[in-house]
Design a protein. Structure first.
Length: 337
């Protein structure tokens, strides 16, 4: 065999061995890389809307991989990647399976929150529902201490049914501080009737309180339109704001939210339209720019990282990055753009 051919075969064999080592060597870390965008006109379907709005609204997802040595090096030494320990990405003691299940649940919840926030933003009703008022705890020295317990569910007060926490807060506004109330409570499957004293509220002027920390048991919403959101295997809550914007765009085409262009965004949403921070915003800047976005809406808490990345890439004159804190702010920005 010719000497040159032996050298060539040796180099090829070395490359194959190195590639195998890089691929099959785990690191215990995760790498976040630029991912994909999805045109929301294709995955958000609103009852009664037959024609998609002009322009495109994009949701964006990053690519998260368990990092072998090759992915680790890519994430560490390219400007478009980020390496995180498993504990930082998923939380201490959380398995990959548990993390994925949690993100699938968060995606499902974001569908509902997005529908509610969007309909409320355009004045359509979305009714909140629940199975009672859940007790998270009681304040020391208040009438509820020793009367109510963790995970009690208050289902009526003075004979008035209670489905959600706001109903109880509203009712306590009609109670004179110092007047006891009769609560019907569900505790571990049993129905109890408990009389609880009241004191002057320390947080709401003029209201009475019993001193319980409360939320809604099994919260949900009923919306007046059928809205279907199909996200496939994409998980997590970070597309919530864009789901809401797509719904509004379809129901209010006269608002011209995209002006025929491409708008991308990221951020969680709650039922009241508040936009929350997300992860992987630097990688999302790269992804949406490559997809042709002219505007990228980001939560206020992620703006610094997003604009820093855009400046490093030299794209600030080609794509506007705009921070928003609420759905209404996002709508105002787009209608004026």
């Amino acid at each position: 065999m010719a000497k040159g051919l032996k050298w060539l075969l040796g180099i090829v064999l070395g490359v194959v061995v190195l590639a195998a080592v890089l691929w099959f060597t785990p690191t215990g870390d995760y790498v976040i890389l630029p991912g994909v965008t999805e045109n929301l006109n294709r995955i958000v379907q609103v009852q009664g809307v037959k024609k998609a709005p002009s322009g495109r609204m994009l949701m964006v997802a990053v690519d998260i991989q368990q990092a072998n040595l090759l992915y680790y090096l890519v994430g560490r030494f390219t400007p478009y990647g980020e390496v995180l320990p498993a504990s930082e990405l998923m939380g201490s003691g959380v398995s990959e399976t548990q993390y994925e299940r949690m993100n699938q649940q968060l995606m499902s919840e974001s569908h509902l929150m997005a529908k509610v926030a969007a309909l409320r933003a355009i004045g359509l009703p979305a009714r909140e529902t629940g199975k009672g008022v859940l007790v998270y705890g009681t304040e020391n020295g208040t009438p509820a201490a020793g009367k109510l317990r963790l995970n009690d569910v208050i289902i009526a007060v003075d004979g008035h049914p209670m489905q959600i926490d706001q109903q109880l807060l509203n009712f306590m506004g009609s109670v004179k501080p110092g007047t006891p109330v009769d609560m019907t409570v569900r505790r571990k499957g049993r129905i109890l009737h408990i009389r609880v004293g009241t004191v002057r509220s320390t947080t709401i002027k003029g209201h009475a309180m019993v001193g319980a920390l409360i939320g809604t048991d099994s919260p949900g919403f009923i919306v007046p339109l059928k809205i279907h959101i199909s996200t496939g295997s994409i998980s997590g809550p970070s597309a919530g704001m864009m789901f809401s914007l797509s719904i509004v765009d379809q129901l209010r085409p006269q608002w011209h939210l995209t002006h025929g262009s491409t708008v991308a965004g990221t951020g969680t949403i709650d039922a009241y339209g508040d936009v929350g921070a997300i992860g992987g915003v630097k990688e999302k800047v790269v992804t949406v720019y490559d997809a042709g976005a002219k505007i990228f809406l980001v939560p206020r808490g992620d703006y610094t990282d997003a604009i820093t990345e855009a400046r490093a890439l030299g794209i600030t004159k080609k794509m506007r990055i705009i921070p928003v804190g609420t759905l209404n702010q996002a709508l105002t920005v787009l209608r004026k753009s």
